[in-house]
Design a protein around this ligand. Structure first.
Ligand SMILES: NC(=O)c1ccc[n+]([C@@H]2O[C@H](COP(=O)([O-])OP(=O)(O)OC[C@H]3O[C@@H](n4cnc5c(N)ncnc54)[C@H](OP(=O)(O)O)[C@@H]3O)[C@@H](O)[C@H]2O)c1
Length: 338
């Protein structure tokens, strides 16, 4: 299978690493040989008809932070690479942008137009233009999969759509952002203030320099929109979510909750066509009470009852579990060049 990687940061490089590690296993278990024919970052595109040397690509990216330094690479953009290079599948792993969806949105649409399947970890375009993307993929008869866009390694979209395909999912609730869960968990455990924990989380690299997306609930809202569309068939977009973050949670509120056997968690919920992100009181013994930076999703099913999954919501390597499962699913369904 000929694959193009667009975006070669944490996720793009993690994929290259896991593909190297699993080369033999993928061949043996699935007769799948993944040939990465191009890698694009903001600097340009490395390209090799017979497949790039991934070890070399990783070392170039790590040492110089610019893939254009790979031997023979060109100053070619993602769109040009998608249009001009022969491949079956595009992995879109550029930064999530919740205002415009770009550059991911254009990469995905260009991929469909070029007759290529697309696998992505990029939630921005999906939270803004879910319907358009899915319609364009179908119109061009290509596969479009995005398990990694919600909950990193935590399997929820494919679980609901494939394993639970006989069930109707009537509601979804979950913790879909690891940073806020980390902050609230530490505030609960150590009685610290929001500002104190945020500062420490930033110093340790758990929170972004600009943490607005996480702490204001915007990241959770984007993921909730994807789940509402992909699992429950609700035609919602980012602006439909009623969103409140965790910035006003005080140690006092957490202490009072604790005394009554509750914790405070930032929960995203979709139920009865209503999408909401807000801090909620959760009983300490409830399955949604997961600690640290973990993510959790509870699916309310009409046959199975409640199904809860817990997993790492991010991580260079962990997230590849979702990306690989999407690649393998496409390979099983379509093979190469179909
Ligand atoms: N990190 C995680 O654990 C995780 C988990 C799940 C989902 N995701 C999602 O996966 C995506 C990638 O995340 P990441 O952590 O890998 O981000 P990242 O480390 O910032 O990497 C993004 C990559 O995209 C490149 N890029 C930016 N604009 C581009 C453009 N116009 N054309 C081509 N390449 C471009 C960047 O190049 P420069 O560095 O040169 O700017 C960089 O190589 C995001 O949408 C994120 O939300 C991440």
């Amino acid at each position: 299978m000929r694959v193009q990687i667009i975006g070669f940061g944490v996720i793009g490089q993690g994929l290259a690493e896991v593909l190297l590690r699993k080369r033999e296993e993928l061949k043996q278990r699935y007769s799948l040989e993944v040939k990465v024919v191009s890698i694009t970052d903001i600097s340009g595109t490395a390209y090799a008809e017979e497949g790039l040397d991934l070890e070399k690509a990783l070392s170039v990216a790590r040492q110089t932070r610019a893939i254009v330094n790979y031997p023979g690479a060109k100053e070619m953009t993602g769109i040009e690479a998608i249009e001009e290079i022969d491949a079956d599948l595009v992995i879109e792993a550029t930064p999530s942008n919740i205002k415009t969806g770009e550059p991911g949105l254009s990469h995905m649409l260009a991929g469909f137009k070029a007759g290529k399947h697309v696998v992505t970890s990029n939630k921005g375009p999906l939270a803004l233009k879910y319907k358009e993307l899915v319609t364009e993929a179908a119109r061009n008869n290509v596969e479009f999969r995005f398990e990694a866009s919600v909950g990193g390694a935590m399997p929820v979209i494919n679980l609901a759509r494939e394993t639970l395909s006989g069930d109707k999912i009537t509601a979804i609730e979950g913790i879909l952002n690891g940073t806020t869960n980390y902050i609230l968990s530490r505030m609960t455990r150590e009685g610290l203030s929001f500002e104190q924990v945020l500062k420490e989380a930033q110093e340790l690299g758990y929170a972004e320099t600009d943490p607005t997306y996480d702490i204001e609930g915007i990241d959770t809202a984007s993921k909730l929109v994807i789940l509402a569309n992909a699992i429950m068939g609700i035609d919602a977009t980012f602006s439909d979510v009623k969103t409140r973050g965790i910035t006003r949670i005080t140690p006092e509120a957490i202490r009072l909750a604790k005394e009554r056997g509750y914790v405070i968690k930032l929960i995203g919920e979709v139920r009865n066509n209503h999408l909401e992100v807000s801090p909620r009181l959760i009983p300490e013994t409830h399955p949604l009470n997961v600690d640290g930076a973990l993510n959790v999703a509870m699916l309310h099913c009409d046959v199975a009852g409640e199904i809860t999954v817990v997993g790492k919501g991010a991580g260079a390597i962990e997230t590849q579990s979702a990306i690989l499962s999407d690649i393998i699913a496409i390979w099983k369904k379509r093979g190469a060049g179909q």
